[in-house]
Design a protein around this ligand. Structure first.
Ligand SMILES: C=CC1=C(C)c2cc3[nH]c(cc4nc(cc5[nH]c(cc1n2)c(C)c5CCC(=O)O)C(CCC(=O)O)=C4C)c(C)c3C=C
Ligand code: FE2
Length: 450
């Protein structure tokens, strides 16, 4: 199967006649259990410890039935393909991102089997199916169901699942090569440097593995992470996670530009899926150097950025616009009038000053000022409740994809003098290598172990 993962969704144009996502099992069972999961993966779903033994088995194998037959909800993305989905896929509206650490007892075989189980489960979940063939209600009444069930009746909702591998998976903090893959670690897959204004919290940073679940229904994204976490039982556990709502970027020219929590259009000058030259140049890694297994993959940066929105809300409109270098209504650069006008950094105001201030976010982040470096932004707004003063713990869960972490590092270093820094604080940070996609029968990250 070589269909690119980034093909348009199978959204029917005529809901009355269109067929829902095919009910066919998207892949053959990965392992020798009726559910299609490895014995270890099944134990995770059943909540049984590996040493307790597998009792009871699975009573019957239910047909793989999509969770909804409503034609209006048939949007789904193929999981298998050359590249992983969820990168140039048009950004969905909801996010559940989870970072995992391997358990101290996990072996190389456990890691391989976990990636195989996750691949198998992801190929089903993204098609709107239960996590296994037995699913939420098709198993023995004497055993916990394979699938947790909260997505029964819900469509695929454009779910994409994107898997990443952190630097510590290759070389642990104490220098240990736990899984015999240290010699496959790309030189650039290292912890990001500390940047100006970073106040990073360990509990929101790093991780051995990650899963980015994006969907148009938050319950579908949650269901995916919850069930993939159950499968990981005994091998890996969640280190930190983040819910996001309201995409803050467009990744397709077909999408309207959304707004961030400061009220500005965000994502205007992003890399769009339709710009194949930019995607090839700036997003997909090639086979050069020490990263042959990464060809068709990419690097994922997450930055949890707290935004002091109550302070921002008291800033004058003129100041807000000068900080971004764009106007608030249209989203046009301050040198132009329309959103997609190219910024002219030589343009001057009537008082002789630059139309786009030199310390504005757009001036500093633009490729012209970063030796051409571009990144594909795919972040989400977040609100994690409030503090004791009634202020929201809110901000941007920034996500970017790039063929090399150096692109992000270059831009972030340049942002040291950003006027926006007065209103934001980076509190979480992580870097992951995102392997290429895989064909049906293969698994994510397989190139690492061959
Ligand atoms: C290191 C990369 C970036 C971080 C971190 C970042 C944080 C951040 N950005 C906004 C809001 C906006 N960003 C905009 C443009 C923009 N931002 C980056 C990079 C980072 N932003 C780039 C590369 C660009 C494009 C620059 C260009 O080529 O013109 C904009 C303008 C509209 C747009 O093009 O998207 C806004 C608005 C916030 C609020 C934020 C941290 C909280
Ligand atoms: Fe930005």
């Amino acid at each position: 199967m070589t269909t690119p993962a980034d093909i348009p969704p199978t959204t029917p144009t005529d809901p009355s006649s269109a067929a829902p996502t095919p009910a066919a099992d998207p892949s053959p069972p990965a392992k020798g259990t009726p559910s299609g999961l490895s014995r270890r993966g099944l134990l995770g779903l059943l909540g049984v410890s590996a040493t307790a033994g597998f009792v009871g088995g699975v009573a019957s194998v239910a047909a793989a039935v999509p969770r909804s037959d409503s034609p209006s909800v048939a949007e789904s993305y193929e999981f298998y393909g050359k590249n992983q989905a969820g990168i140039v896929t048009p950004a969905q509206d909801r996010l559940f991102f989870a970072s995992y650490d391997m358990l101290p007892t996990a072996t190389r075989e456990d890691l391989i089997e976990l990636l195989q189980d996750w691949t198998f489960a992801a190929s089903r979940l993204t098609q709107g199916l239960d996590v296994s063939e037995t699913g939420a209600v098709g198993g023995s009444p004497l055993l916990p169901p394979d699938d947790t069930g909260e997505a029964l009746g819900l469509p695929a909702s454009g779910l994409t699942l994107t898997f990443g591998l952190g630097p510590t998976l290759f070389t642990a903090a104490d220098g240990t090569d736990r899984y015999g893959i240290a010699d496959r670690q790309p030189t650039e897959l290292r912890e990001l440097p500390l940047f100006a204004f970073d106040i990073l919290e360990e509990a929101q940073s790093g991780g051995d593995l990650c899963i980015q679940a994006c969907a148009n229904d938050p319950q579908v994204a949650l269901h995916a992470i919850r069930n993939l976490s159950r499968i990981a039982f005994g091998r890996a556990h969640i280190r930190w996670s983040q819910l996001g709502f309201g995409r803050t970027s467009s990744t397709s020219t077909a999408q309207a530009t959304p707004r961030n929590l400061f009220g500005f259009k965000d994502g205007t000058a992003n890399i769009m899926a339709e710009d194949h030259a930019a995607v090839t140049r700036s997003v997909w890694a090639d086979a050069s150097g020490d990263r042959g297994w990464m060809a068709g993959g990419t690097y994922l940066v997450t930055r949890k950025i707290h935004m002091t929105i109550e302070t921002w809300d008291r800033a004058r409109l003129e100041e807000q616009e000068n900080i971004f270098g764009r106007d608030k209504g249209e989203g046009a650069p301050l040198s132009g009038t329309k959103e997609f006008d190219s910024p002219n950094f030589d343009a001057v105001r009537s008082d002789g000053g630059p139309a786009i201030p030199v310390n504005s976010h757009v001036h500093l982040a633009h490729p012209n000022n970063n030796k051409g470096a571009q990144i594909l932004r795919r972040g989400y707004n977040y609100v994690d409740g409030n503090n004791g003063l009634g202020q929201l713990n809110a901000g941007l869960f920034f996500i970017s994809f790039q063929r090399s972490p150096e692109q992000f590092i270059r831009i972030q270093k340049k942002l040291a003098t950003d006027a926006l820094n007065e209103y934001i604080r980076h509190v979480g940070s992580a870097l992951f290598a995102v392997p290429p996609g895989c064909a049906s029968g293969g698994y994510i990250g397989e190139g690492l172990f061959t």
